[in-house]
Design a protein around this ligand. Structure first.
Ligand code: ATP
Ligand code: NI
Length: 399
């Protein structure tokens, strides 16, 4: 979610519930913005005790050689993770925002996907297509004018219908970690990065007092956050440093499921690579990662599978190796995204995405699609990994 330009960062702990409007008959659940803090920093000191949940380790490392464990995409040939019992199972997830005058914005529509331990799913798509809203829904952090439908099962908890107490006490930070898209707004402004890391370590992982300082330094190094900046306050950090502080906080929480919303924004290529490789190690240690990114190179480096979102819908869900290096994407939009890359055809997709408050009845991409026919006036079902009436022939896809 990109905050409005004029929005002041508000510490999550200081946010007040937005007013909830009347219930909508179509909405399965509706909730107001939580008063409790958001992850990664603030949630941790709101929740007492140590209910750290152990994560089965090394799901993929066991099957991988030492030589490929530290590298990016070359190490992913042996990846059956998504065939395992999913850790997270999302079905029919929809989010609408109720606007003035009875208008609605359909930010997320009918998202279906699973995510297993030891698996990374990259969620990609143009700005405003609903990626952050999807992540916010999974954390129960949508504003009060949001209505959700569907289910998102994390073990026995449905993240979409769980009550705020459950979410605050047992889910956020503990079972679901977040690297937020606007980290500066999520770090606690009155505490140094080091203090926030130490607090998170003590509360979420039960690190002993005498070990916590060293553990915080190690956590900072993991996220490429310079240890000599640990005594800085969030306002003293650049965007890139705040990003790395947020990543460090999210990683130490050690939640089985990590949502990383644009975790590499503002970083140069070396740091992008370092960050995604660290996230990949986190996945290889048995965690599940939903990584939202604009950066397709980062997605290729880290992901097992790719979900492509367009105008609120997942239009393709593909194995990452096939998507980036094999026969290529199948949905014309997904192919367009790859072809827009400078290292590929450098050919931007013509036109603009439709307004989410005024979507066409049929395929939302049809107006920009070179393959569109009159059949696209009907919305294509999502079948066999793609939502398109006539995905272009595989042999013509770019490898
Ligand atoms: N509280 C809200 N009320 C109304 N509309 C909203 C609200 N929050 C988000 N939206 C709309 O939902 C849509 C999806 O937003 P979202 O932030 O998920 O996009 P995104 O894919 O994360 O984009 P970006 O890549 O720029 O972060 C946008 O059209 C946005 O304007
Ligand atoms: Ni976003």
């Amino acid at each position: 979610m990109t905050p409005p330009q004029d929005a002041k960062p508000v510490p999550a702990a200081a946010q007040t519930p937005a007013a909830a409007g009347p219930h909508d008959a179509e909405a399965v659940s509706e909730r107001s913005l939580v008063t409790s803090p958001s992850v990664p920093g603030n949630v941790h000191h709101a929740v007492p005790g140590n209910v750290h949940e152990p994560v089965p380790g090394n799901v993929r490392n066991a099957a991988r050689s030492a030589s490929d464990a530290d590298t990016g995409s070359d190490a992913k040939a042996d990846r059956p993770a998504h065939r395992r019992t999913p850790l997270l199972s999302v079905r029919g997830l929809s989010v609408r925002f109720r606007m003035r005058g009875g208008r609605h914005i359909a930010a997320v529509a009918d998202a279906d996907f699973d995510l297993a331990q030891g698996e990374c799913l990259a969620l990609v798509g143009e700005s405003g297509c609903g990626k952050s809203v999807l992540a916010s829904a999974l954390l129960g952090l949508l504003p009060g004018n949001a209505q959700t439908a569907g289910s998102a099962l994390l073990g026995d908890v449905d993240l979409l219908t769980a009550d705020e107490r459950t979410l605050a006490r047992t889910v956020r930070g503990r079972r679901v970690g977040l690297v937020p898209q606007s980290p500066a707004a999520h770090l606690t402004p009155v505490r140094t990065v080091g203090a926030q890391l130490e607090e998170t370590l003590r509360e979420l992982t039960g690190t002993r007092k005498q070990d916590v300082r060293e553990a915080a330094r190690a956590a900072a190094e993991r996220a490429a956050f310079p240890v000599d900046h640990l005594d800085r306050y969030p306002h003293e950090l650049s965007g890139g440093l705040a990003q790395r502080a947020a990543t460090a906080l999210a990683l130490v929480g050690d939640a089985p499921l990590l949502l990383a919303d644009e975790p590499t924004t503002g970083l140069d290529r070396d740091l992008v690579d370092r960050t995604v490789d660290e996230l990949r190690r986190h996945v290889d240690d048995g965690h599940a990662l939903l990584m939202i990114t604009h950066d397709l190179a980062a997605a290729e480096r880290v992901a097992d599978r790719v979900a492509v979102m367009y105008a609120g819908r997942i239009v393709e869900l593909a194995d990452a190796t096939r998507f980036f290096r094999g026969t290529g994407p199948r949905h014309p939009y997904a192919r367009g995204l790859l072809n827009a890359l400078p290292e590929r055809a450098f050919a931007p997709i013509p036109g603009m995405p439709p307004e989410l408050g005024d979507l066409p009845a049929g395929c939302a991409f049809a107006a920009r699609c070179a393959y569109a026919t009159e059949s696209c006036a009907l919305r294509p079902d999502f079948a066999d990994g793609v939502a398109c009436h006539h995905p272009p022939a595989q042999e013509s896809a770019r490898a």
